[in-house]
Design a protein. Structure first.
Length: 472
């Protein structure tokens, strides 16, 4: 049996093992790591770690490398690591280790927050049955010490870290390899160690920077198809483990979002996608500002909220991106059926035509449509355009059929109307009312979605006409 395997389940251990593999290089897999390899990495890494920037934010200031007499620090840390190697055994079937679950913790000391980030301190109240720390076997305890090689430093002082855990080992390798390149660059430039630090004060923005880096690497290695057939969801821990304010936030990027970002980053979408991303910044104009400022597009993607609003600029009556990019997002991330997307596009085209023919009245209709706050308002404007099309422009076909309306456009809105009638009846008790209001508000967001998508298509078709009209 080997010492390590891929993805044993504990994020700190898996990331540490990945860091060891990528540091050793030559595409070494966890199953191939030998005790000799581990001795080699101790020799290479410990002198580097001795001057590591923000080490105390990863392992607290009580760590062996940052505590006690200066001249003792490196030898003591080395001794501990070599001790772990001496006591390491191959993976077995079962054991009480929190990392692998396949080896015993044995007689080695339990790890507190100086050994594993976010594991509490001397206060035994943090741990089950008042134990002194968390139980990891020697091999897992060893692996965790190499975490810093796979972390991205963010935050205003660089003391907040991003750590990736994914079911895709390949993605973890790509992330870690990027971090190690950054570590080596820092080391060669400054003669001191530190985590890869692309200078993102805002951790979420730093995370999306890493996603871009990973995508371009996948592209370069032509690995995309092979990898993205599998689960490529990512859990990213954003943490600091300094003594005063230890804290963790977990970001989740599901596979569909990753796949959408991959497509959006490629031509012909790259430029328009950045235009959309830029519209999400709360403030700032330069790349430097963007590293600090909150970005709502990124935040909504992480929260699973729709970003369709960022595809539109209502003020300038202009869309951002094109229908293809929007429909890619709707299909991949929002799971919208292609038939519905296509129908909305067709209706949007017909509406644009009618608005153009109605000239001034059409422009007013468009503004009212964009400003509609209730489904009733939205429906009234659609009705006006509907009537113009038949009575003014003498078109033989209606804007859409009843079937189109209930199947593709406003799928549940009729129900919402009947529910609101039911609410007015006064026959429901409080709990039933609450249930109904909940369902109705779901439907309200639903008509807004259809309206926004129609608006996008109309702006796409009419923007230059609308701009010319302003001079009238
Ligand atoms: Zn273990």
């Amino acid at each position: 049996m080997p010492i390590y395997e891929k993805l044993m389940g504990n994020p700190f251990v898996d990331v540490g093992v990945c860091a060891i593999c990528e540091w050793l290089g030559h595409n070494i897999q966890p199953e191939q790591i030998t005790a000799e390899d581990l001795k080699q990495i101790v020799k290479d890494f410990v002198p580097l770690a001795a001057n590591w920037d923000k080490w105390t934010s990863i392992f607290t200031r009580n760590h062996r490398l940052t505590n006690g007499r200066q001249s003792d620090r490196v030898p003591k840390f080395k001794k501990r690591l070599l001790g772990y190697i001496d006591q390491t055994v191959e993976l077995g079937q079962v054991g009480d280790c929190m990392g692998c679950g396949r080896r015993e913790v044995g007689s080695i000391p339990l790890l507190d927050k100086t050994g594993v980030p976010l594991t509490g301190g001397k206060n035994s109240n943090f741990f089950p049955v008042f134990s002194e720390g968390a139980g990891y076997c020697p091999a897992c305890s060893f692996a965790i010490q190499f975490l810093p090689l796979a972390l991205v430093a963010t935050g205003s002082s660089g003391g907040r870290f991003l750590m990736l855990h994914s079911k895709s080992w390949e993605l973890m390798q790509i992330w870690t390899a990027r971090c190690i390149t950054g570590v080596n660059q820092r080391y060669s430039q400054q003669q001191s160690g530190g985590c890869f630090k692309p200078d993102y004060e805002n951790s979420r923005n730093g995370l999306f920077y890493m996603v871009r880096e990973m995508i371009s690497e996948l592209e370069e290695m032509q690995l995309y198809d092979e990898i993205t057939d599998k689960d490529v969801s990512m859990e990213v821990y954003s943490f600091t483990n300094n003594n005063q304010f230890p804290d963790v936030e977990i970001f989740y990027i599901p596979s569909p979002v990753f796949r959408f970002l991959y497509d959006a980053e490629q031509n012909p979408y790259t430029d328009t996608w950045y235009e959309i991303v830029r519209s999400g910044y709360k403030r700032g104009k330069s790349e430097k500002d963007y590293k600090k400022s909150r970005n709502l597009v990124y935040e909504y993607l992480l929260e699973g909220r729709s970003i369709r609003g960022f595809f539109l600029s209502r003020r300038t009556q202009k869309q951002r991106g094109n229908w293809e990019l929007l429909s890619l997002y709707l299909q991949k991330v929002r799971n919208m059926k292609p038939a519905r997307i296509e129908k909305i596009k067709q209706v949007g085209d017909l509406m644009a035509e009618s608005i153009r023919k109605s000239r001034k009245r059409g422009k007013r209709q468009l503004r009212d449509f964009a400003d509609a706050n209730t489904y009733a308002e939205c429906r009234n404007i659609l009705l006006r355009i509907f009537e113009d099309r038949i009575y003014q422009h003498k078109e033989p076909e209606p804007l859409f059929s009843f079937e189109d309306c209930v199947e593709y456009l406003f799928i549940s809105s009729d129900n919402a109307q009947s529910w609101s009638d039911e609410l007015d009846d006064g026959e429901l008790d409080e709990e039933q009312k609450e249930q109904l209001i909940h369902s109705i508000s779901d439907n309200v967001t639903f008509w807004r979605e259809t309206r926004d998508l129609l608006l996008f298509r109309i702006y796409e078709k009419l923007h230059s006409w609308l701009t010319e009209q302003e001079d009238d």
